[in-house]
Write a protein that binds this ligand. Sequence first.
Ligand SMILES: [Zn+2]
Length: 407
Amino acid sequence: MLVQADALIESTDRIHRPGHLRFSDQLITEAGSSLKPSPGEEVLKLSGMVLAPGFINLHAHLDLAGLRKRLQPGKDFSDWLRQVISCLPELTPEKRRQSIVESSTHALQTGTTSVLSILSDSSTLAGLTSTATRTWWGLEFMDFAESVNPAEVLDRAKAWLIRHPASFWHLALSPHSPYTASPELYRSLRDLSTHQQLPFTTHLAESPVETLFLTGESSPLHSLLPKELSRKDLAGTNRSAMGWCRTNGTLPHFPILAHGNEVTEADLGYLVERKATIVHCPLAHRWFGRAPFPFPLYQTQGVPICLGTDSPAGSSNFHFDLRAEVREFRSHHPQVTTQEAWAMITTEPAKALQRPCQLGCLTRGAWADWVAWRIPATGDLLKTILEDRQNAEWTCVGGVPTRHETL
Ligand SMILES: [Zn+2]
C-alpha cells in the first residue's frame, strides 16, 4: 500500500514534504516525497494530513480505567494502595477486558500505537480477541501472600499468544514492586527475561514510604502486608530503592523502571551500568502531589527518561494521551526541546523495548505503525502535533490502517 500525505516525519531529522510512505504486510518498504503507485497498488490519499510515527507508552494499566474518578491520593501512598485493594474484587476479568478495549482505543485515537500495559490478573487475557494498539502485556507478579511460578504463567501466556497470531501482542515480565515481590522472585524474573529476551519492567522508587520500607525503617506499607512477612533483605544498608536492587541483584540489563521518583546521586552509576530506562508519568505525579521529579539528576548521567500515563486510578489522564503528558512535563522542565520531548515518546521507548529499528520512526524496515494528523504541513510539525488536542484522523498498527470517525 502507498500512502500519500502532505508531509511525513520519517524521523526527527528526516521530514518529507509531500510525504509518501509505502508498506507491505507489516513493514515499511519506502519513505520519500515522490513515490508513484506500482501497477495494481492500493493508494490511500491523505491530503491535509501529516504522517508521523505512533507514540509508545511505556507504563500504563489499560485494565484499570474502571477506577477513574474513584480514588483519592490519600495522606500517603499506602492510603491510595488501600483504596485500590478494596476496589479489586469488583474488577472482574470481563470488566478488565472492557477497560482494555476502551482504553487502547482512546490511546490509539490520541496517537499512541504501542503500549506496555501491566497486567495484574493474567486470566483477563482469556476471551480478549484484540486491542486497538500494539500491546506488550507486562505479566505482573507478587509473592508476599503466596509463592508463584513465573515460568508456568509465562508458558500459559505464550500458548495464548500463539492462538492469536493476527493480534499485535507481545509479552513482558513485571515483578510488581520491591514491597510486594521478594528478591528471589525478582531474580527469577530477571533470569527469565534475559534468557527469553523479554522486556522487564517494575514499579520502583515511587514514594517515600517505599524507601522507608526497603531501608528497614517503620513504614505505613507494613500495615498492608502480612504481619508474619519476614524479609531479611530490608536493611539500612540499602539506603534507597535502587540500592536495594543493587544489593539484591534484582535487575537484568535494560530494565524499564516505572517512576524512579526517589533517587540519590549514588544510584546513578548502577542505573547506567544496568542500562536502565526510567518511565516518568507526569500527570500521575501531579495527581499524587509528589515532590519535583529529579529529572536534572538523571540528566547528569544521561539516564534515559521516557513518559508514560500510568492508570486512571491515579491520574487525570483518562484517555492515555501522551501529548498531555509531554505538555505537563515541559511545564516543569521548559528547557527540554521539542525534539527531546518527542524522543521520550518515540525513539527512547523503542530503545528501551530493544526495538530501535522497528518502532519510533518510519524508516525502511520499521513496523508500519503510523498516525495521520490533520495539521498544516508547514512550520515545526513536531511542536504542532504535541500541542494539538484533536484526535488522529487515521492510524495504522502493523500495516492495518484504521479511520477514526469524526463529525
Ligand atoms: Zn503503574
